[in-house]
Design a protein around this ligand. Structure first.
Ligand SMILES: O=C(O)c1ccccc1N[C@@H]1O[C@H](COP(=O)(O)O)[C@@H](O)[C@H]1O
Length: 217
C-alpha cells in the first residue's frame, strides 16, 4: 500500500511523514491552494525526501513552462495532474518529461466513471478524488476534504493501479481501504489542524491506520 501525504510545506511535517513510513510526499504547485509552495521553497524542502520516499509534484492544468520550472527545481518522481488535463495532454507530458503520470479523476456519481478507459490507456496511475458538490464554493479541484461514495469504484476492473483520495482522514482510511482495495491512498486536508497546517499526530495516525488496514486485506 502506497501512502501519499500531500501539501507539505515544512521540514517538520516532511520529517514526520518519512519517520512513520509515508511512501510518497506531495508538493502542491497551485497558487490558489493554502498548500502551494513556490519553486524555491520546494527546492529547499525536497532534499530531505529524495531517496527516502517518492517525490510527487501536484499541478493543475499547468503549462509546459510551469512544468519545466517544477522539473528543474525538484526533479519529481511522479506528476500528479489534478486539473482537467485531457488524455492527449497526459501523453504530451509523459513524452516530454519521461516520468510517470498519476491523473486525478473527479468522482461524484456513476457518470463520472465514463472517462476512466481513456485515461487508463495513457496514464500510469489513476487517482480517484471526490468531485465537489454543485453548491460548494471552492477554488480548488482537490484538497477539499470531501468524500465520494466509495461503492462507485468497488467493482471496477482496472488495468492500471489506482489511488483513492478525497476526504480521507485517520478515522475513515481503514474503512475506505477495506471497501475499495486501492493500491494507494492520498490525503491532504485530513491531516491538518487548519488549512495548509499539517498536524504531526494526524500524519502519524493516518499513515499507521492505512498501513495496518492494508495488512488486513
Ligand atoms: O491539497 C490541495 O490543496 C490540492 C489543491 C489542488 C488540487 C488538489 C489538491 N490536493 C489533492 O486533492 C485530493 C484530496 O484532498 P483531501 O484529502 O480531500 O484534502 C488529494 O489527492 C490531494 O493530493
Amino acid at each position: 500500500m502506497y501512502v501519499k501525504i500531500c501539501g507539505l510545506s515544512t521540514p517538520e511535517a516532511i520529517a514526520t511523514g518519512l519517520q512513520c513510513g509515508a511512501n510518497w510526499i506531495g508538493f502542491v504547485f497551485f497558487p490558489k491552494s493554502p498548500r502551494h509552495v513556490d519553486y524555491g521553497k520546494a527546492k529547499e524542502l525536497v532534499g530531505s525526501v529524495r531517496g527516502k520516499a517518492s517525490i510527487v509534484a501536484l499541478t493543475v492544468n499547468a503549462s509546459d513552462d510551469e512544468l519545466e520550472a517544477i522539473d528543474r527545481s525538484i526533479d519529481p518522481d511522479i506528476w500528479q495532474l489534478h486539473g482537467s488535463e485531457t488524455p492527449e495532454r497526459v501523453l504530451e507530458i509523459k513524452a516530454r518529461f519521461k516520468r510517470p503520470v498519476m491523473k486525478a479523476l473527479p468522482i461524484r456519481d456513476e457518470a463520472d466513471l465514463a472517462p476512466i478507459p481513456a485515461y487508463e490507456a495513457v496514464c500510469d496511475i489513476l487517482l480517484f478524488d471526490a468531485k465537489p458538490p454543485k453548491d460548494m464554493k471552492t477554488d480548488l479541484p482537490g484538497g477539499n476534504g470531501i468524500t465520494f461514495d466509495w461503492r462507485l469504484i468497488q467493482n471496477l476492473k482496472l488495468k492500471k493501479p489506482f489511488v483513492l483520495s478525497g476526504g480521507l482522514n485517520p478515522d475513515n482510511v481503514a474503512e475506505a481501504i477495506r471497501l475499495t482495495r486501492p493500491q494507494g491512498v492520498d490525503v491532504s486536508s485530513g491531516i491538518e489542524s487548519a488549512p495548509g497546517v499539517k498536524d504531526r499526530q494526524k500524519i502519524m495516525d493516518f499513515v499507521h491506520a492505512a498501513k495496518a488496514a492494508a495488512q488486513e486485506l
